[in-house]
Design a protein around this ligand. Structure first.
Ligand code: 16G
Length: 276
């Protein structure tokens, strides 16, 4: 049974002769101030969470939803297109709308490499090395963050990261060249940058990250295989060694439809008291 702000469950067993289909269990609340398209979005997200709709399964059609819930097709269309834009559904032209795979859930408290992160999920990590060069023209911020003078050389690594072959994010990493001259010999397509660093005795201790909402631009759209203007998350990371030396500055553009980030927050009082 569900109890939601947007819909009440309705027992239609009498009407359907004992069969209770998933949409028929729901009823949108037409008298409250929450727009119907929004209520419908929540309802479909809920059906996905409850596994009434499974990844790869066809979503109920526009007509079916409109008729069963007694709302206009325009309202259904608005909800469905928002769910597509947010990555919960995807449409295949001529075939219909389907439920997307769940978003990647990344815990912001762990310092993981992309490779580790994908392996933990049982996915095959991959990379396409788009560019790798020695750069002396990065923005002043990069030099400042890495504690370098502006004439010093940086190694710039631009990679498209994939999970089971599907593009996930675009990453541009900068590392001081004088510390890692051997990096050019590493295989950064099938291998891991962090593993390469660790195998040379460089222990990564912490990273500082900033997250920002953005949209996908043209070149990125081709590489990430999503339309221009698609929602994305821009993450800037500075990674520090055990000796607290900043050794990596990365800008990553994650597909907004495939990622979800989470963090656990503690109350300031938690440390002082263990009371419930
Ligand atoms: C993650 C890191 C990135 C690092 C990469 C190393 C974020 C936002 N970024 O993608 O800073 O360079 O892992 O991955 O988490 P690799 O060891 O698989 O090459």
């Amino acid at each position: 049974m569900h109890a939601h702000m947007y819909c009440n469950t309705k027992d239609t067993r009498q009407k359907t002769g004992g069969k209770l289909t998933s949409i028929e269990k729901y009823e949108l609340n037409k008298n409250n101030s929450i727009p119907l398209y929004y209520q419908l979005e929540q309802m479909i997200k809920d059906m996905i969470d409850n596994e009434q709709l499974l990844p790869g399964q066809r979503a109920p059609s526009e007509r079916e939803l409109a008729e069963t819930l007694g709302i206009s097709r325009m309202t259904v269309r608005a909800a469905m297109s928002n769910l597509v834009a947010d990555g919960y559904l995807f449409s295949v032209s001529g075939k219909g709308t389907f439920v997307a795979s769940p978003k990647m859930h990344q815990n912001l408290l762990e310092l993981n490499s992309f490779t580790e992160d994908m392996r933990k999920r049982g996915l095959k990590p991959g990379a396409r090395l788009l560019e790798m060069d020695v750069s002396s023209e990065a923005s002043s911020k990069v030099y400042w963050v890495l504690g370098l003078a502006e004439q010093e050389e940086l190694i710039r690594i631009y990679r498209l990261r994939t999970a089971d072959g599907e593009p996930m994010c675009l990453e541009t990493s900068y590392l001081p060249r004088n510390l890692f001259p051997w990096l050019f010999e590493e295989d950064l397509e099938s291998g891991s940058l962090y593993q390469a660093l660790e195998s040379r005795g460089i222990e990564l201790a912490r990273a500082e990250e900033q997250l920002e909402a953005t949209v996908v631009r043209e070149t990125e759209s081709r590489l990430l295989t999503v339309p221009v203007g698609y929602p994305a998350l821009l993450i800037e990371r500075t990674t520090y060694t055990r000796g607290d030396k900043p050794i990596e500055y990365v800008k990553s553009l994650y597909r907004g439809d495939r990622y979800q980030f989470s963090v656990t927050l503690f109350s300031r009082k938690t440390k002082k008291s263990n009371r419930l």
